[in-house]
Ligand binder design. Structure first.
Ligand SMILES: Cc1cc2nc3c(=O)[nH]c(=O)nc-3n(C[C@H](O)[C@H](O)[C@H](O)COP(=O)(O)O)c2cc1C
Length: 268
């Protein structure tokens, strides 16, 4: 499917940016997308998206970026959010929408781990009662950027059947569903650990989280939101009336091991 092949599959994180700024019209297109499209997961949660220029690097470098390394970029998108149930999944979902919109516009991006949300918020002088939920570095990829593409789990590795103890034959997936699931397998995750699986039943898919000691609470839940957006965006490209993800309990026992968490479900 075009959206999966050209946008989702073509997106790769960028850690070396060109210094030039993104054109104002493109930044406006991102803001218009954010304002106009239905791009959040939990409607009730108030969020605020702000853009910062390259001068934010010096302010963020001590509190943002894994392994103590913040990425220098001409722009940063920062999402502030109300701290309510599922706010991190919601924030991950929203910023993943921005990431894929940037990809459509030929602009690259990289998520940044927030090591100290209070320090990062103070450093940005962000006068808001909302909490800092996500930071994304973005801009044009440097011409001499020779980053390799991150390896991704296969569809067979990602998918199980109606519960965690049942296997599934991925050859029987219809084409659109296969692309939605491939979009999950291609999603960004903290250090590319991809600590989740999809259970695929006849009319519903379930996202479940695998144990991962290396991923902190924030990135774990942002990962889920990113995976959910990737699935939804590919579904939405063919079926704008596609059902949305729900955090309600599953209809049947998913037979999850004690250390595997149920996250959310989506009708297909
Ligand atoms: C929540 C989250 C936090 C991340 N934090 C960082 C980071 O601090 N530094 C970095 O270089 N990459 C970071 N990444 C990017 C991942 O390392 C990257 O998505 C992964 O290696 C897969 O590569 P891909 O995005 O090219 O598919 C983060 C990704 C996510 C989803």
């Amino acid at each position: 499917m075009k959206y999966y092949e050209e946008i989702v599959k073509n997106r790769h994180s960028c850690r070396k940016f060109d210094e030039r700024r993104v054109e104002t019209e493109k930044l406006e297109a991102v803001v218009a997308y954010h304002n106009d499209e239905e791009s959040d997961l939990v409607d009730e949660i108030v969020t605020e998206l702000r853009f910062y220029d390259e001068s934010a690097f010096d302010r963020l470098k001590d509190s943002v970026g894994y392994n103590g390394i913040c990425i220098k970029a001409p722009h940063y998108a920062v999402l502030f959010s109300e701290n309510k149930d599922h706010y991190l999944e919601n924030a991950g979902y929203i910023i993943q929408g921005i990431t894929l919109k940037l990809t459509e516009l030929g602009i690259s991006a990289c998520w940044l781990t927030i090591n100290d949300e209070h320090a990062a918020k103070d450093a940005l002088d962000a006068e808001t009662d909302l909490v800092l939920a996500c930071v994304l570095a973005f801009g044009y990829r440097a011409e001499d950027n020779d980053e390799k593409n991150a390896p991704k789990i296969s569809l067979d590795e990602l998918c199980l059947g109606k519960d965690f103890k049942t296997e599934v034959n991925t050859d029987y997936f219809y084409h659109e569903l296969e692309d939605c699931l491939r979009a999950v397998a291609h999603a960004q995750s903290f250090q590319n650990l991809q600590p989740y699986r999809m259970l695929v039943d006849v009319d519903t898919v379930y996202l479940v989280g695998l144990p991962t000691e290396m991923t902190n609470h924030y990135d774990e839940h942002l990962n889920y939101g990113i995976a959910m957006f990737n699935f939804y965006s590919v579904m939405w490209a063919v079926r704008p009336s596609a059902p949305r993800w729900s955090f309600e309990a599953p209809e049947h026992d998913l037979k999850l091991p004690d250390d595997v968490k149920y996250v959310a479900k989506c009708k297909i």
